[in-house]
Design a protein around this ligand. Structure first.
Ligand SMILES: Cc1ncc(COP(=O)(O)O)c(C=O)c1O
Ligand SMILES: N[C@@H](CCCC[NH3+])C(=O)O
Length: 472
């Protein structure tokens, strides 16, 4: 691809734009998510320009990386948003994003969430079922409003991706098959609280073939014509996200290749285009830095135990997902691993299981991965970690979640401080307060004993509890 490398090795060490990764690790501690501002914006701008003919709204999928600073940056560069909860919508609003360029998806919207989205004026609701349509109609009428909606249709195409992240097939919990969708739009004609303005499809994630998009777009264009025949003024074709990225190297398609196969159908539909890319914008804009705690040999296996675990980056454990991993101090970029090959070399003398400290056998970032010599204290970079990384992190094993840093040129800015032990127990201490002071008196006020600092180091502070616990 023509974009400059945002993460590259220079003089034997990894840089993010103009900042050395080792300096970031020293300043902010590890594990640490590091993002390149230029990488996010290059990916967004590529989508905006390649699809420009269709006056698109690129609705960045907030679930991929929902950091407020990331959303602010994208909003300032004309991004719309795709949200799946009131929480995500609040993030967009707090970041200064435009609800009028935001689509609200998700299979289980509550009445409260529907009301929130209606009042904030979202561009449209992606409707996933008839029951949901009824709920949106009812809530809209209660508020004297009319909801713009786009039924989510499963075109029953095979996206040729991991089965856990494919969604456009008939058995999916998401969306509706074509027959049901048309039944829904038929009923919607009589609903005062509903205005059908678009059609939505999202067939899966990390899709590296173009054919599934060609098939889905063609079915979408036909369906738009049928829905217009029912009397709906369809203005929007929302073809979702799913565009794949390079995890191994060489598997991603240029956006122009997807656009080339989708364009004829979009043109035929006469609609404006909405897209919901997440991974394509965020995935290769981030790396996760970690530090080796111990090396260990057990039988024939060699383990690199480092301080990033499944709670920090879940994808390898959950999907057996492949991420390149390479020392921060190295003379060359990590090698590409051909598609269809997992990169593992069982028994190779330089092969390591890269694991974390979490008490699960499934806690690994890579298996049997050939790596240059490494020892305690060395830094590692886990690549392609900008999407579905921090957002899927948890506190399992009472591990504070990592800090996040955004790099712009030669400048690095902390955009989420490292969690502290106090952050993790604050909600529990609030309840202990209730018990001690009597029901109703210790209701949480939003205040906590969380430290305002915590921006450096990976020390798990072991402070004495500040709230005395009542005797039983
Ligand atoms: C409805 C919807 N839109 C957009 C996305 C973003 O997908 P991706 O990150 O693969 O672009 C998802 C996640 O797969 C989704 O479920
Ligand atoms: N979380 C997934 C993708 C799911 C996309 C959300 N619909 C991943 O890490 O690849």
């Amino acid at each position: 691809m023509s974009t400059p490398p945002f993460f590259e090795y220079r003089d034997g060490t990894l840089y993010c734009e103009g900042v050395a990764a080792r300096d970031l690790a020293a300043r902010f501690g590890t594990p640490l998510y590091v993002y390149s501002r230029a990488a996010f914006l290059a990916a967004l701008e590529e989508l905006q320009s390649v699809f420009a003919e269709f006056d698109p709204v690129i609705c960045y999928s907030v679930k991929a990386n929902s950091n407020l600073s990331v959303l602010k940056m994208l909003a300032a560069h004309g991004s719309g948003f795709d949200v799946v909860s009131s929480g995500e919508l609040r993030r967009v609003e707090e970041a200064g994003g435009d609800p009028g360029r935001t689509v609200f998806a998700g299979v289980g919207k509550t009445d409260e969430e529907i009301a929130h989205a209606l009042k904030s004026g979202v561009l449209m609701f992606n409707v996933e079922s008839e029951a949901e349509l009824d709920a949106i109609d009812r809530v809209s009428r209660e508020h004297g409003l009319q909801a713009p909606v786009a039924p989510r249709v499963n075109p029953d195409v095979d996206p040729q991706t991991h089965r856990y992240i494919s969604t456009g097939h008939k058995e999916s919990k998401f969306g509706m098959d074509i027959t049901r969708a048309l039944r829904l739009t038929e009923r919607a004609r009589d609903m005062a609280g509903i205005k059908v303005v678009g059609l939505h499809m999202h067939i899966g994630s990390q899709i590296t073939k173009t054919q599934p998009y060609a098939d889905a777009a063609a079915k979408a264009a036909d369906l738009v014509a049928t829905m217009r025949g029912q009397g709906h003024a369809i203005q929007w074709l929302n073809l979702g996200g799913g565009f794949g990225i390079d995890y191994r190297g060489g598997e991603a398609q240029p956006i122009t290749a997807y656009a080339a196969v989708m364009a004829p159908a979009i043109r035929a539909s006469g609609c404006r285009l909405a897209l919901e890319p997440g991974r394509r914008v965020a995935g290769n804009a981030g790396v996760l830095l970690s530090r080796v705690i111990f090396t260990k040999v057990s039988g024939d296996k060699r383990f690199l135990i480092q301080d990033a675990a499944m709670n920090d980056l879940l994808r390898p454990s959950l999907y057996q997902a492949f991420h390149k991993i390479w020392p921060v101090e190295a003379s060359m970029q990590p090698p590409d691993i051909p598609a269809g090959h997992d990169g593992s070399q069982p028994g190779a003398s330089d092969a390591w299981d890269v694991v974390g400290p979490v008490c699960e056998s499934g806690d690994f970032l890579a298996k049997d991965r050939p790596l240059p010599p490494l020892e305690r204290g060395d830094l590692l970079a886990v690549f392609s970690a900008g999407a579905y990384g921090m957002v899927m992190a948890s506190n399992y094993n009472t591990r504070p979640r990592p800090a996040e840093v955004l790099v712009e040129g030669n400048h690095a800015r902390l955009i989420r401080r490292r969690e502290t032990y106090d952050d993790l127990v604050a909600a529990e201490r609030d309840c202990e307060g209730d018990r001690q002071e009597g029901l109703g008196q210790g209701i949480a006020t939003g205040g906590s004993s969380a430290s305002a600092n915590g921006s450096t180091g990976h020390v798990l502070a072991s402070e004495p509890s500040r709230v005395p616990i009542a005797p039983n």
